[in-house]
Design a binder for this molecule. Structure first.
Ligand code: CP
Ligand code: NVA
Length: 312
């Protein structure tokens, strides 16, 4: 039941995987979700262990990975970086070599993408990026899974991202571009996604028939959008910049008034956690157009598919 061609692969950034490989994850995620809902257990990771290293907090990522591997018959080990020797100066390389002797896969959430890349370089087991300052590729899987679920396709769906063009925006942009969606990021000046990532996304869109746009004009971005997406304005590790960020990003909030500018059947997505009254209002995120709660659930199904594909 589980295709074998992705076994042993790490998932460090969306751009490392082809559209076909990403679609393999999404298709399996849909199947696992349906089977889970009808009470069928798929214990394809019986006896396997995923180590989960965290140097930042998490609700969704931790719980969905831990529950996900358990549902697949395996075990998840929560490893706070402060409790590991990593927090006292043991190298990434030595950590990777040793953990490879015990575990079947590692998920890591940390600051620098280079630490995740270094872990993967030295590990003999698959490494999964559970968020860095630069990327959030597991979030992007759940995001495009949710869009496809709602619209029945990704090709031609218009996704407008409003806010800070950092990790979540980066991964979503590349995923949309690879899978044929039309993506536009509306950010204030100084908050644009990185040029290199925009370049990857534009190359992917050329191949898929998708589109990638950047603008500072919120209204232009949301006109005709099928999806309005936002993320927190102050990401983990940026607390000292909070005042400036609140000022700069204020025009990009999704509230009822902004939602009315979009098409009547547009959905609202958010990776969560939300900071109500900042990037989104509570009324919008708990309103009839919100898809954020399905999106959060889909972290579980998308990551079960990912783990099954790279570990089983
Ligand atoms: N969206 C997301 O990654 O949530 P957590 O920070 O709770 O894991
Ligand atoms: N951009 C946010 C995403 C949280 C899931 C952060 O990095 O804190």
């Amino acid at each position: 039941m589980i295709p074998v061609h992705l076994k042993g692969r790490s998932y460090l950034r969306v751009n490392d995987w082809s559209p076909e490989e990403l679609t393999t994850v999404l298709d399996l995620a849909d199947r696992l979700k349906a089977r889970h809902r009808s009470g069928v257990a798929d214990r394809v990771l019986e006896g396997r262990t995923l180590g989960m290293i965290f140097t930042k907090p998490s609700t969704r990522t931790r719980v969905s990975f831990e529950t996900g591997i358990w549902q697949l018959g395996g075990t998840g080990l929560y490893l706070s970086a402060n409790d590991l020797q990593l927090g006292r100066g043991e190298t990434i390389r030595d950590t990777a070599v040793v953990l490879s002797r015990y575990l079947d896969g590692i998920m890591i959430r940390t600051f620098d993408q280079s630490d995740v890349d270094g872990l993967a370089e030295h590990a003999e087991i698959p490494v999964i990026n559970g968020l860095t300052d630069s990327f959030h590729p597991c979030q992007a899987l759940a995001d495009v899974m949710t869009v496809r679920e709602r619209f029945g396709r990704l090709e031609g769906v218009r996704v407008a991202y409003l806010g800070d063009g950092n990790n979540v925006c980066h991964s979503l942009m590349v995923a949309c571009a690879k899978l044929g969606a039309s993506f536009v990021a509306a950010t204030p000046e100084g908050y644009e996604p990185e040029d290199e990532v925009v370049g990857w996304a534009r190359a992917a869109a050329d191949a898929s028939g998708g589109e990638v746009g950047l603008t500072h004009d919120r209204d232009e971005a949301i006109r005709n959008a099928n999806v309005l997406y936002t993320d927190v304005w102050t990401s983990m590790g940026q607390d000292e910049e909070r005042e400036r960020r609140l000022r700069d990003l204020e025009p990009y909030r999704i509230d009822d008034r902004v939602l009315r500018l979009a098409s009547g059947n547009a959905i609202v997505m958010h990776c969560l956690p939300a900071h109500y009254g900042e990037e989104v209002t509570e009324a919008v995120l708990h309103g009839s157009q919100a898809a954020a709660w399905d999106q959060a659930e889909n972290r579980l199904h998308a990551q079960k598919a990912l783990m099954a594909l790279v570990i089983a």
